[in-house]
Design a protein around this ligand. Structure first.
Ligand code: A3P
Length: 262
């Protein structure tokens, strides 16, 4: 496929035509959520597959092993689609996942070059320029964060960061469980923390994510950006972050000074 055919633009944002279409996005306007649905919002490479697994485990902890087997069989019969792309933040309870922009960019760069879903890049510098200009599939991460910052105080929304889940997964899961009203015992939390650790998920990634597994579960650490960012790129991103989010609650949540300090 020619690079220009791999993307289409919908309401000013690019999407990969290999996995979605304008018709799909248009049809989502009439999507109706049930009141017990959990909607997870995340820009690519912020850890969406990790948190999705965690939330599934938290929600399913109430079922016995036998009941789980039945649920898995029933699920296999359904055609599930897991990426919704659009939704009305006023209506559902929403879990917003954020990650520091430097690690998100580096993760997105490797992902773009390891998967044939979107155009690949000749160099990190070329990718960095597009990341800063928001020219990538799913648009600008800075615009995405600025948009969700508008809802950060909404009582139906909880924002969680990749870094806080890394630092203390059990505490992070307890916040999520309490927000959605899942009741679990201490052992459930430790069991799920083990099952959703990077090592455990990477080991199973062939089974859970097929041929995409290796590209999705890459390093799973905080601070990998240090290997690739130049001094000039550190400065450029700092300025962009300040311009887009400086002084906001979203900026405080992301802790740029801690996780992106050059
Ligand atoms: P890296 O490329 O920095 O390793 P997404 O699922 O939104 O595409 O995000 C992918 C990123 O989340 C990758 O980051 C991946 O390694 C990381 N990730 C996936 N599972 C994880 C886990 N269990 N613990 C920590 N990081 C995880």
């Amino acid at each position: 496929m020619a690079p220009e055919d791999m993307m289409f633009s919908y309401r000013g944002i690019s999407y990969p035509s290999t996995i979605t279409s304008p018709e799909t996005l248009e049809a989502l306007k009439s999507f109706e959520a049930r009141d017990d649905d959990v909607i997870l919002v995340g820009y690519p490479k912020t850890g969406t597959n990790w948190l999705e697994q965690m939330v599934k485990e938290l929600a399913d902890a109430r079922y016995t092993e036998e009941e789980m087997k039945e649920r898995i069989n029933a699920e296999k019969k359904l055609e599930t689609f897991q990426r919704l792309e659009l939704g009305d933040p006023g209506v559902y309870e929403i879990l917003v996942l954020v990650r520091n922009p430097k690690d998100t960019a580096v993760s997105y760069y490797h992902f773009s070059n390891n998967l044939p879903l979107s155009p690949s890049f000749d160099s990190w510098d070329e990718f960095f320029a597009d990341f800063m200009n928001g020219k990538l599939a799913w648009g600008s991460y800075f615009d995405h964060l600025a948009e969700w910052n508008k809802y950060i105080d909404n009582e139906r929304i909880i924002t969680i960061s990749y870094e806080e889940l890394k630092e203390d997964p059990i505490l992070g899961m307890k916040k999520i469980a309490s927000f959605f009203g899942f009741s679990l015992c201490e052992e459930d939390f430790s069991r799920i923390a083990k099952k959703t650790s990077f090592k455990a998920m990477k080991e199973k990634c062939g089974e859970t994510h097929g041929k995409f597994g290796d590209a999705l579960f890459r390093k799973g650490v905080v601070g990998n950006w240090r290997d690739v960012f130049s001094e000039a790129q550190n400065e450029e991103m700092y300025r962009k972050f300040q311009d887009s989010l400086g002084g906001t609650k979203m900026a405080a949540k992301i802790k740029y000074d801690v996780y992106c300090k050059a």
